[in-house]
Design a protein around this ligand. Structure first.
Ligand code: IPE
Ligand code: IPE
Ligand code: MG
Length: 247
């Protein structure tokens, strides 16, 4: 794709250089707001706008899977007013913005434990999944009340239940089977994970799935992150030499 710029051979990135699956840890909203003397909730609203722009852009350039980390299992420990403002923001988003993705034929999935959300929010999440499931565009996984350790514990429990009932035998347990019990079942592992805001950590995101993922840390705070930053991350990714333990 011409607008991505340099490739070793031709100066042009082809579709083959594009990551199939991108993960983004949407971080830095609070610091963005603090720098401007605004409440943290203003940072989350600004971050939601970036989410919309970047999602649409990923779909436009032909990314097949995008997983965004919106709220972790650990984020409940934040002050009540911040958690409440995030829940309000999620609700207004599910009501309005996700309807927008219809035109881009985006398939919306929520990964994480939905049971902790309010009934209205959970209903909106399920409605969005149901109404988009037959579309044929990019799969957008929104990680909400998601923690990868929690996901793995859930998988272990469900495998145990299936072993107990005889549906699965212990000999059938392999990496492929474990993957199929995760929220991302049936999807390819992420090729690229981007973390804006300069933090060098994974914060409980896609631990199993990121065994061979390329990480790109960027210094911009999420509300300031734009399509050029995404292009830059993809360019960095396309220059990496992935060896998967080989030579
Ligand atoms: C990410 O931004 C959004 C959520 C975790 C919900 P933060 O709120 O973590 O922003 P910083 O890291 O405090 O700047
Ligand atoms: C990770 O960011 C979770 C999301 C972006 C939703 P955090 O801000 O919660 O992570 P830490 O606390 O810096 O590790
Ligand atoms: Mg943060």
């Amino acid at each position: 794709m011409a607008f991505f710029g340099k490739n070793k051979k031709s100066n042009i990135l082809t579709d083959a250089d594009l990551p199939v699956h991108i993960g983004i840890i949407m971080d830095g909203n609070g610091r963005w707001a603090k720098k401007r003397g605004l409440p943290r909730s203003a940072g989350h609203s600004a971050g939601a706008k970036t989410f919309r722009t970047i999602t649409r852009y990923c779909s436009d350039i032909g990314i097949k899977y995008l997983t965004v980390y919106a709220f972790s299992t650990e984020n409940w420990k934040r002050p009540e007013n911040e958690v409440n403002s995030l829940m309000d923001l999620f609700k207004s988003y599910l009501e309005e913005a996700l309807a927008d993705f219809k035109d881009d034929s985006i398939v919306v999935k929520f990964i994480g434990d939905k049971s902790r959300f309010s009934d209205d929010l959970r209903k909106l999440m399920i409605e969005n999944e149901e109404s988009s499931k037959n579309r044929d565009g990019m799969v957008l996984n929104i990680a909400m009340n998601y923690g990868s350790r929690d996901e793995i514990v859930r998988a272990v429990k469900n495998i145990s239940i299936d072993v107990k009932s005889g549906k699965v035998s212990v000999d059938d347990i392999n990496e492929k089977l474990v993957s199929s019990y995760l929220y991302t079942s049936g999807q390819p592992d992420p090729d690229l994970i981007i973390r804006p805001s300069g933090e060098h950590r994974i914060s409980n995101f896609l631990l199993w799935q990121s065994a061979y993922t390329e990480f790109v840390i960027m210094n911009k705070l999420w509300p300031d992150f734009n399509t050029s930053d995404l292009n830059e991350a993809i360019n960095i990714f396309s220059g990496r030499n992935r060896r998967y333990g080989g030579i």
